[in-house]
Design a protein around this ligand. Structure first.
Ligand code: URA
Length: 226
């Protein structure tokens, strides 16, 4: 069971020593009760407050983000990352489930639930990821099947929806490096914009602006497990 000081440090209130001081200085409450023990055991759904900042504790946090352009999906970089777009109420041990290219926008899921992350990224996950692709040349109804990506194998679009001449929605199950861009290159075309709309039956919440995120509901997480 998680200790209060560990949780506060993970939620980025400071180092283990900093948060021990917050507790000693009577700045921390759990369910509106002042807590003075740093090894106090926090339960799922307890409300933790630090001064006037209050949040509900959950062991697993899973959020969806509408990724904006010019953000990379790794933690350890000098570049601007998707994690820079999160506000501070999230724990620091979130990781993205898979990655999108720096210039790709749309649905990305972040979680500290290792089992969920593994399930979605594992090889036998057949969920279709749908991408809205803006092309630089008109789409000529090419089927996008059996495309040879060299060492990454042969890939095919599982679904294609034509929006207009320059916009199509492609569904793929695998997630090879630059997969959609390489598939589009193979038909002598280029990707101008790439935006992920859905993963399996989970759709991006369209009310999220680029760079915004929100916790996923239990039903939404269930869709991923479904
Ligand atoms: N395919 C790509 O080429 N880039 C992405 O970011 C995702 C899929």
């Amino acid at each position: 069971m998680p200790r209060l000081d560990k949780i506060l440090a993970n939620y980025q209130f400071g180092s283990r020593n900093d948060v021990k001081k917050l507790i000693k200085n009577k700045q921390v409450k759990v369910n509106d009760e002042l807590i003075l023990k740093d090894n106090y055991i926090v339960e799922e759904n307890d409300f933790i407050s630090v001064d006037s900042f209050k949040f509900k504790y959950h062991e697993f946090v899973t959020i969806m983000m509408n990724k904006q352009k010019n953000r990379i999906c790794t933690h350890d970089s000098n570049d601007i990352t998707i994690y820079d777009d999160l506000d501070l109420i999230y724990p620091s041990n979130l990781s993205s489930i898979g990655r999108l290219d720096k210039d790709t926008t749309g649905l990305i899921i972040l979680t500290n639930d290792g089992q969920l992350n593994h399930k979605i990224t594992s090889k036998n996950n057949n969920s279709i990821k749908r991408y809205l692709v803006t092309l630089s040349k008109a789409y000529q109804q090419e089927p996008l099947v059996n495309i040879d990506l060299g060492a990454d194998g042969i890939v095919s679009a599982k679904t294609i929806e034509v929006i207009d001449e320059y916009k199509i929605i492609i569904g793929i199950t695998d997630g090879k490096y630059h997969q959609i861009k390489r598939m589009i290159h193979s038909i002598d075309n280029d990707v101008k914009e790439l935006h992920r709309l859905s993963i399996g039956s989970l759709k991006l919440d369209e009310s999220l602006m680029f760079g915004q995120s929100r916790p996923m509901t239990q039903e939404e997480v269930g869709l991923l497990y479904g």
